[in-house]
Design a protein around this ligand. Structure first.
Ligand code: ADP
Length: 173
């Protein structure tokens, strides 16, 4: 597990600043832009991103789609759609894990070596932070075992609370 641990890092700040091979967007099913991290990514990438997204015809919850990064430092964006928290009985955990897994699969297929994730579903979609962080760490760790070409995964926290959660869960791996 030590080797896996060393391939995961926690970063607190704005995901649009990261120059990883891909950053992940917590999008909605339309893929046509929204608030939160989605709004920040579209604003930083520029209008060409929306143009490309229009051609993708949306994305299902738990799945992911790739675009270019345009004006971002990251050359690619992987757009994934997290579940809206509805109390936990609507397969939210499975769907959230699927977002991380699908994004890692796309990164591996594209032979990308670094990827950065926001805390999917924990903003407007209301997923409890602790449970979402646990799913993020465990799913990423499992996917790293399968995809040896992915050398670094950044778990990006906007707030201090999430950064500390990630850090302590990572230490427990
Ligand atoms: P969702 O609809 O999936 O809940 P949000 O964008 O509302 O998506 O929030 C997802 C997470 O991303 C939240 O934890 C939020 O604090 C965080 N976030 C918002 N803006 C940024 C940003 N620019 N960089 C990194 N994380 C961000």
């Amino acid at each position: 597990m030590n080797e896996i641990k060393n391939r995961i890092c926690v970063y607190q700040g704005n995901i649009v600043k990261l120059g990883t091979d891909a950053i992940v967007n917590a999008a909605n099913t339309s893929l046509l832009g929204g608030g939160g991290v989605d709004g920040a990514i579209h604003a930083a990438a520029g209008p060409e991103l929306l143009e490309e997204c229009r051609g993708l015809h949306g994305c299902r919850v738990g799945q992911a789609k790739l675009t270019k990064g345009y004006r971002l430092p990251a050359p690619y964006i992987i757009h994934t759609v997290g579940p809206i928290w509805q109390g936990g009985g609507q397969q939210e955990a499975e769907l959230l894990a699927s977002c991380y897994r699908s994004s890692m699969e796309i990164a591996a297929e594209k032979r990308l070596s670094s990827i950065a994730f926001p805390a999917i579903s924990t903003g407007v979609y209301g997923y409890p932070r602790q449970e979402a962080a646990r799913i993020a760490i465990h799913t990423v760790a499992e996917a790293l075992q399968q995809h040896s070409g992915i050398k670094k995964v950044y778990l990006v926290a906007w707030d201090k609370e999430t950064a500390l959660l990630y850090q302590s869960l990572l230490e427990q791996l």
